[in-house]
Design a binder for this molecule. Structure first.
Ligand code: ADP
Ligand code: ADP
Length: 236
C-alpha cells in the first residue's frame, strides 16, 4: 500500500533523514519514536509533501507520489492528511469552518474566496465532530476551545478529507495526560473503525507501546528499530 524507498532529506550538510525505507502492507497504527532531532518530523513532512525529499521515493498504491505537482499533489495531501503538535487551526474562525477548510483546495476559486461549502459537507463536518464528542462546540471560534478540543477539531479536519493515511506530528506533546489519552483513543478508533493507517510521531515509548501495533525507532535520521511493541520490550 505504502512503500517508502530510501527517503533522504539533507539540509546543507545535515542529513536529517538518511535513506529511510519501510513498507505498510495493510492499515496499521504506527508510532515513530526517537529523540528530538532524530528526523521524525522531517520524515512526516516529506510524506505529506510539505517538504521535498532530496532523494528516494514515496510510492502509494503503486503510484509514485514523490514528485506530484499542482492538483495531483493536493489530492495526495488529502489522502495523507496531517495533524500537528500545535493544532494549526485558524484561531478566529469557527470550528465547523476549520473542519471544512481542508476541503477548500479542491473547490473553485469563487467558492474558496467566499468560503462557500455544499450543505452535505457541512452535515458531514458536524457528524465527524459529533463522533469526536465535540459537536456542541461547532459554532465557537477555535481559539475558545481547550487544547484537547482543538486537537480533536484538527483530527476532524483531517478526517473530512477522507484520508487513507493520517499523519500526526507529536499530536499529544502539548496536551495534559487526560487529553493526550483522549486524542490517542481517537486516533486508535480512526485506525480500527475506519481502517485508516495512522502514522504518529510520539516522544514517549509508553504511548507507542500502548497504542501502536508497530513501532519505528529513529536515531540520527536512520531507522534503528522496526517491529512490534513486544519486540521492543524484549529487545529482539
Ligand atoms: P524530530 O522531529 O525527530 O525532532 P526533525 O525532523 O525536526 O527531528 O529534525 C531533524 C534534523 O533536521 C535536526 O537536525 C533539525 O535541526 C534539522 N532540520 C529540520 N528542519 C530543518 C529546516 N527547515 N532547515 C534546516 N534544518 C532542519
Ligand atoms: P519539532 O520539535 O516538531 O521537530 P522544531 O522545533 O524542531 O519542530 O522545528 C520547528 C520548525 O523549524 C520546523 O518547520 C522545522 O523545519 C524548522 N527547523 C528545525 N530545525 C531547523 C534548523 N536547524 N534550521 C532551520 N529550520 C529548522
Amino acid at each position: 500500500m505504502l512503500d517508502i524507498k530510501s527517503l533522504t532529506k539533507a539540509f546543507g550538510r545535515n542529513t536529517a533523514v538518511d535513506a529511510v525505507s519501510f513498507t505498510v502492507d495493510r492499515p496499521a497504527m504506527i508510532g515513530i519514536i526517537g529523540r528530538s532531532g532524530a528526523g521524525k518530523s522531517t520524515l512526516l513532512r516529506m510524506l505529506n509533501r510539505l517538504t521535498d525529499a532530496t532523494e528516494g521515493q514515496i510510492v502509494f498504491e503503486g503510484r509514485d507520489v514523490t514528485a506530484l505537482k499542482g492538483a495531483d499533489k493536493r489530492a495526495w495531501q488529502s489522502d495523507c492528511a496531517m495533524i500537528f503538535q500545535q493544532f494549526n487551526l485558524v484561531p478566529r474562525m469557527d470550528v465547523v469552518s476549520n473542519v471544512l477548510h481542508g476541503t477548500l483546495n479542491r473547490r473553485s476559486t469563487l467558492a474558496t474566496m467566499f468560503n462557500l461549502y455544499p450543505e452535505e459537507d457541512i452535515h458531514r463536518a458536524i457528524d465527524i465532530l459529533d463522533r469526536l464528542g465535540i459537536a456542541e462546540h461547532a459554532p465557537k471560534r477555535a481559539e475558545a476551545l481547550s487544547g484537547g478540543q482543538q486537537q480533536r477539531v484538527a483530527i476532524a479536519r483531517a478526517i473530512m478529507q477522507q484520508p487513507k493515511i493520517v499523519l500526526a506530528d507529536e499530536p499529544i506533546a502539548s496536551l495534559d495526560p487526560m487529553n493526550a489519552q483522549l486524542v490517542m483513543d481517537d486516533l486508535r478508533r480512526i485506525h480500527e473503525e475506519d481502517g485508516r493507517t495512522v502514522i504518529a510521531n510520539l516522544h514517549t515509548l509508553d504511548t507507542a507501546r500502548r497504542y501502536c501495533d508497530r513501532v519505528i525507532g529513529m536515531l540520527h535520521g536512520r531507522v534503528v528499530f522496526d517491529g512490534t511493541p513486544a519486540q521492543l520490550t524484549t529487545g529482539v
